[in-house]
Ligand binder design. Structure first.
Ligand SMILES: [Zn+2]
Length: 251
């Protein structure tokens, strides 16, 4: 019998995360232990404001914190900088849409406002959107990951890159800008949500959604971008899918 991780999660919560995030079930034991540590840190430093219409539960907090844990799993930080508050709305977020106001705030409109991230301010999540997207990972979208990717991008400057070394940053920007330019010429292969063509920040958030939910289309269709994402995050999300199933499971 394989050793179980020193866990802070219940078995039900581990199963829930594996169902909601396909990558979660594929983490190695060491990755699971670090991810659970990151969830604990996330919850310790984050105020969750759950609005009427959403049931406040440990599972909800764990689900949101797990997205943050996945993003920074291999980065040399234990929490997403400047993230102290998450507001969870039951449905779409009804707010006036303000976009990229001096680089300090970004709003999502798409068809309705599904989330929002403020520099030095809260992240807003539409729980209905989050649940729908977690039930349909094949669409490659996930609003929680999207908004937390913005916060990660805002850690240094809101310039469409994660907090990585200068060398990696330069390589990442080349791959990102090549793909962004192609998107802006109208090419639509369905791999990345066209919302990503809005600006470099949205491109990074949209690419991060795809990378952590259903990454194979990116790896096959946009291999340079996939390689840059894998290098930036220090994770091979497609490689995990092809690993032996014995490294995954619930214990
Ligand atoms: Zn966005």
């Amino acid at each position: 019998m394989r050793r179980k991780p020193a866990t802070t999660l219940t078995e039900d919560q581990s199963s829930l995360l594996a169902a909601r995030y396909p990558q979660w079930a594929l983490l190695t034991l060491a990755e699971r232990e670090r991810a659970e540590h990151l969830i604990t840190v996330f919850r310790r430093h984050t105020n969750f404001e759950i609005l009427p219409g959403v049931k406040p539960t440990d599972d909800l907090e764990v689900t949101i914190a797990a997205a943050g844990a996945l993003l920074i799993l291999a980065l040399p930080i234990d929490r997403i900088p400047h993230l102290s508050s998450v507001i969870v709305h039951p449905r779409s977020v009804n707010r006036r849409v303000v976009r990229n106001l001096g680089g300090l705030m970004v709003s999502e409109s798409r068809s309705v406002l599904s989330g929002q991230a403020h520099h030095y301010g809260p992240v807003l999540i539409s729980w209905r959107h989050a649940l729908y997207e977690m039930n349909h990972p094949e669409i490659g979208r996930q609003v929680i990951i999207h908004e937390l990717a913005h916060k990660l991008d805002m850690a240094n400057a809101y310039d469409g890159t994660p907090p990585i070394s200068a060398d990696k940053r330069a390589e990442f920007i080349v791959a990102r800008d090549n793909e962004l330019a192609r998107m802006r010429t109208g090419r639509d292969d369905g791999i990345l949500d066209r919302y990503g063509a809005t600006d470099v920040g949205e491109f990074f958030a949209v690419a991060t959604e795809r990378f952590f939910t259903d990454p194979i289309p990116m790896a096959e269709g946009l291999p340079d971008l996939y390689a840059a994402m894998a290098d930036a995050f220090g994770q091979d999300t497609v490689g995990r899918l092809y690993q032996s199933p014995t490294r995954s499971g619930n214990g």
